[in-house]
Design a protein around this ligand. Structure first.
Ligand SMILES: [Mg+2]
Length: 147
């Protein structure tokens, strides 16, 4: 089975949309992502939940969520776990890895909207750059994975 890591912010869930919305609601706020429930209430990106659900059912892939926490916001650790249970179910929480340095993880594929900055550049498997021209959405990712 191929181990696939999936990022959260702006890959599984719409961090940027919520960030901009919080700023427009309250322009004086400095760090919208530090507000209580910011991470728990993020909306899933179209196709993300369906794809991860299909990966867990497949015989070919072993999916995990690999997310770098917002280290200045301790709530983000708990809220990310809460988000996973709400959208993917409790069992998937056992597949949630919060790690500030993604290069340490062994695996075959990393799906991430950032290709560097949190150790992505040292990940030894294939990097699928979510949101890039080659992989603008989950439809393109699914096609690449053959699911
Ligand atoms: Mg991200």
């Amino acid at each position: 089975m191929k181990i696939v890591y999936v990022d959260m912010d702006d890959t599984l869930c719409d961090f940027s949309g919520a960030y901009l919305k919080a700023l427009s609601n309250n322009p004086s706020i400095r760090y919208p992502q530090s507000q209580y429930r910011f991470f728990a209430d993020l909306q899933p990106i179209d196709g993300a939940i369906e794809t991860v659900s299909d990966l867990i059912r497949s015989d070919e892939y072993d999916p995990f969520i690999l997310s770098a926490p917002s280290t200045r916001n301790p709530l983000s650790y708990a809220e990310k776990r809460e988000w996973v249970e709400a959208h993917l179910g409790y069992d998937f929480c056992k597949r949630l890895i919060l790690c500030a340095y993604k290069g340490l993880l062994k695996g075959d594929v990393l799906i991430d909207d950032n290709i560097e900055g949190k150790g992505q550049e040292y990940f030894e498997g294939e990097l699928i750059h979510f949101g890039s021209d080659a992989f603008p959405d989950w439809v393109a990712v699914r096609r690449s994975l053959g699911i």
